[in-house]
Design a protein around this ligand. Structure first.
Ligand SMILES: NC(=O)c1ccc[n+]([C@@H]2O[C@H](COP(=O)([O-])OP(=O)(O)OC[C@H]3O[C@@H](n4cnc5c(N)ncnc54)[C@H](OP(=O)(O)O)[C@@H]3O)[C@@H](O)[C@H]2O)c1
Length: 273
């Protein structure tokens, strides 16, 4: 819960009131925040002790086999600790062709086999990612009037991280209320696709830069090329798949949005195994 998404969820749950909330993170020292290192499964027993509802934020910055081992350890530890409901932050269906999809779908399958209730929050690509690209290119664009980025000709579906966190807070708070009251578990067995409503691509970012910089900025698609040099293999591959968005990506919006596909709220799905 030390990361951007986890921190926002933890803050939201603490602010919600009426809940007993405990954070856990790899960097937690066991006082204000419990220590939970997914790479050291022995730390998870204590980290999950007494938890009835667990918000499980993926820790996906590694090779797939490492992520599978981490996530498998979390699922087993949650089951051993007697957690009653796990809420997992996964990847949106429109990200199916990204390399990171494998670990998310594998984790969803392990969760579906587990002895607790599950809610899968399939998060769209963070709006902060293309926004960050625009920021990185802003100085050059101010000088040259060109925004060069490896985004090809497509557009991608994105959602603001804070909005994704707000959904996780609502689902976790309601799941906790249901568990404590013994009432119907309204989010159990559900998968929510969380995406924006319109798409963003290089031209859209150039348009925003034009507005902000007060000068015309045009978009120039460039290959990923040297940007990936020196990165570990998994990171290069992921960036390449992310930076080649499909022109047929699911609808989305690049501005911060309250974005939940309405149909998915009512779609009672147990994650497929
Ligand atoms: N939807 C998207 O566009 C998108 C984009 C990027 C990533 N993601 C996924 O969403 C997750 C959250 O995103 P974010 O922006 O909050 O990332 P972030 O700010 O980089 O935070 C990553 C978190 O993962 C934790 N972590 C890493 N390795 C861990 C381990 N072995 N055991 C326990 N915790 C570990 C870190 O804990 P410490 O700080 O305590 O080490 C940190 O809290 C990412 O980890 C990734 O799986 C989604």
């Amino acid at each position: 819960m030390s990361g951007a998404l986890g921190g926002a969820i933890l803050g939201g749950l603490r602010a919600a009131g009426g809940l007993e909330v405990v954070g856990a993170s790899r960097s937690g020292d066991g006082t204000a925040v419990r220590h939970a290192d997914f790479d050291r499964p022995e730390t998870l027993k204590e980290a999950f002790e007494g938890a009835r509802v667990l918000v499980f934020v993926s820790a996906g910055y590694a090779e797939d086999d490492v992520v599978l081992a981490r996530h498998g350890a979390v699922v087993r530890a949650a089951a051993d600790a007697g957690v009653e409901h796990v809420i997992y932050t996964s990847l949106a269906a429109s990200g199916e062709r990204l390399t990171i999809a494998l670990a998310h779908r594998w984790t969803e399958a392990r969760l579906a086999e587990a002895p607790f209730d599950v809610t899968v929050l399939r998060n769209g690509l963070y709006a902060e990612i293309p926004a960050g690209l625009a920021l990185m290119g802003a100085a050059a664009a101010a000088e040259s009037g060109v925004f060069a980025a490896p985004l090809g000709a497509g557009r991608v579906s994105v959602a603001a991280r804070d909005d994704l966190a707000a959904v996780a807070v609502r689902v976790a708070a309601e799941a906790w209320q249901d568990v404590v009251s013994g009432g119907e578990r309204r989010h159990a067995g559900r998968t929510y696709e969380l995406e924006g409503l319109s798409a963003v691509g290089g031209h859209d970012l150039a348009e925003v830069l034009s507005e902000v910089l007060g000068r015309p900025v045009s978009y120039l698609p460039v290959p990923l090329g040297p940007r990936g040099r020196g990165w570990p293999g998994w990171r290069r591959t992921r960036r390449v798949t992310r930076c080649r968005p499909s022109p047929t990506s699911a609808p989305a919006c690049w501005r911060p949005v309250k974005a939940i596909c309405p149909r998915s709220w009512t779609r009672p799905v147990r994650p497929a195994t």
